[in-house]
Ligand binder design. Sequence first.
Ligand SMILES: Nc1ncnc2c1ncn2[C@@H]1O[C@H](COP(=O)(O)OP(=O)(O)OP(=O)(O)O)[C@@H](O)[C@H]1O
Length: 244
Amino acid sequence: MIELQNVTKKFGTHTAIQNVSLTVHKGEIHGLIGASGAGKSTMLRVMNLLEIPDSGSIYVGDRELTTRSKRELREARKRIGMIFQHFNLVLNKTVEQNVAVSLQLAQVPKHQQIDRVRECLRFVGLEDQMDKYPAQLSGGQKQRVAIARALANEPEVLLCDEPTSSLDPHTTSEILTVIRDIHERLGVTVIIVSHEMNVIKSICQRVTVMDQGTIYETVPIESSGIPKSDRSPERFIKELKNDA
Ligand SMILES: Nc1ncnc2c1ncn2[C@@H]1O[C@H](COP(=O)(O)OP(=O)(O)OP(=O)(O)O)[C@@H](O)[C@H]1O
């Protein structure tokens, strides 16, 4: 589904990723983990050419991205959604308008936009929040809007850059459940960068460990399932007592 062949990306004299090759299979949830600065985000960002590699090839499906014209690249990118740690919503646009941005960029006719926006917001459970602004939402709701925006053009691939790193454990499980739903119900291939081992272990089928800009190893894992989270006061008391 996604194949990186001998990809190198430098920032000035610093090599962020060095000659990496990786295949992500269609329909898998693939994790990228490693120490800070190992090159995880750069790996993810070259997959949709948000970072242009200095050398190497990137295939998404049967499309080689690095040799595409600007117009062809725009088309190819519609099939790749992306979400970020800090959500990257447009603050002066409503939830509805934020999701519609993807469709406007893809030049979807206006009369088709509203149905699609509603459908995506329904998928993430936010249909009733369409008129709110990002500042009126919780972190988890903001990430759901970002997910709805990423889904709007029916992507085949979802790139997730530390999607739960700004969220508490309860909201993390909710967002992971949405990501797993996208994978299972929509058949989307997911690549997720995280420094949180529990996140990686709970939903990934294979994990690539990165070290100093190279791939240390890719290992299959048995996903442990998304932990059930409970925000009841009894649970807080129990945990406080356990810690003591
Ligand atoms: N736009 C940039 N300009 C200059 N250097 C960069 C840029 N982006 C990344 N780097 C450098 O490339 C290296 C890899 O960065 P990257 O963000 O891919 O690592 P990471 O594994 O995702 O780290 P973290 O977990 O801290 O986010 C780091 O040394 C970083 O400082």
